[in-house]
Design a protein around this ligand. Structure first.
Ligand code: CTP
Ligand code: MG
Length: 215
C-alpha cells in the first residue's frame, strides 16, 4: 500500500502568504499536489497550519486525513507520519507547493522503493555554476567554486521504505528535506530524474511558470 504525506503547513514568508492555498488554473495549489499523489497513493495525509480554521481551507482540498503541522517542515512531516496507515509499504513525502509534479515522477520514486531502495528522490542537474560565498569586511566574496558535474537540485516527491522514514524522523531532527535525515542514518538514497517544470512556488515570480504549466 502506497501512502503519501502532502506538507501544506508552511506560512509562505518569501511568497507573502500561504501559496499552497491560492487558486491556480481552476484549482487550489494543494489540490493539484494531492491529485498528483493520487496517481500512485491510496492514502493521502495532508498537513495544514495549526492556526487555520477548517472553513479557511480550500473547498477542493480532498484528503483522507487532515492533520495539523508544526514549526518546521520536518515537524510537519512527523505530524503526517503519525497518521499514515500501518500497512504502508511505501511512504511518499510531497511539498504542497509543487503542484506541477507529474505522475511519472511519482511512478519513478515509488518504483525504486518497490525494487528495494530505502529512499528515492527526484532531482535535476544543476546548470548554473555554483560558488561558495562568505562575508568579509561587509562584502560578499567567493571562497570556492563547486564541481557542477556532481551537483543536482532536489525536488519532491521523495519516497521511502516506511521503517526508514520513521527511523529518520525518530531523532526529531531538522533538514530541508526528508532524504537529508535518511542520509544521516547512513542509508543509501537513490536519485531518479526530476522534471525541470516541477518548480516549487517560493516567491511570487514562480507563479507565471506554474500557471503556464497547469493551464
Ligand atoms: N511546510 C510545512 N510546515 C512547515 C514549513 C513548511 O508543511 N512548518 C511545507 C510548505 O507548506 C511547503 C513545503 O513545506 O509546501 C516546502 O516549504 P517552503 O517552500 O519553504 O514553504 P514555506 O515554509 O511556507 O515558505 P517560507 O520558507 O518562504 O516561509
Ligand atoms: Mg520554508
Amino acid at each position: 500500500m502506497i501512502c503519501a504525506i502532502v506538507v501544506a503547513a508552511g506560512s509562505g514568508t518569501r511568497f507573502g502568504g500561504r501559496k499552497q492555498f491560492i487558486e491556480v488554473a481552476g484549482r487550489s495549489v494543494v489540490a493539484w499536489s494531492i491529485a498528483a499523489c493520487r496517481s500512485v497513493a491510496s492514502q493521502v495525509v495532508v498537513v495544514v497550519p495549526a492556526d487555520i480554521t477548517p472553513e479557511d481551507l480550500p473547498a477542493d482540498l480532498q484528503a483522507d486525513v487532515v492533520v495539523v503541522g508544526g514549526a518546521t517542515r520536518a515537524d510537519s512531516v512527523r505530524a503526517g507520519l503519525a497518521s499514515i496507515h500501518p500497512h504502508a509499504t511505501c511512504i511518499i513525502v510531497h511539498d504542497a507547493a509543487r503542484p506541477v509534479a507529474g505522475a511519472a515522477l511519482f511512478h519513478a520514486v515509488t518504483e525504486a522503493i518497490a525494487q528495494g531502495a530505502a529512499a528515492a528522490i527526484c532531482a535535476t542537474p544543476v546548470t548554473d555554476t555554483v560558488k561558495v560565498v562568505a562575508q568579509r569586511d561587509g562584502r560578499s566574496i567567493v571562497v570556492d567554486t563547486l564541481d557542477r558535474s556532481s551537483l543536482v537540485a532536489v525536488q519532491t516527491p521523495q519516497a521511502f521504505a516506511p521503517d526508514v522514514l520513521r527511523a529518520a524522523h525518530a531523532s526529531g531532527g531538522d533538514a530541508t528535506d526528508d532524504a537529508g535525515l535518511v542520509e544521516a542514518l547512513g542509508e543509501t538514497v537513490v536519485v531518479v530524474p526530476g522534471a525541470p517544470t516541477n518548480v516549487k512556488i517560493t516567491d511570487a515570480s514562480d507563479l507565471d511558470l506554474i500557471r503556464a504549466s497547469l493551464s
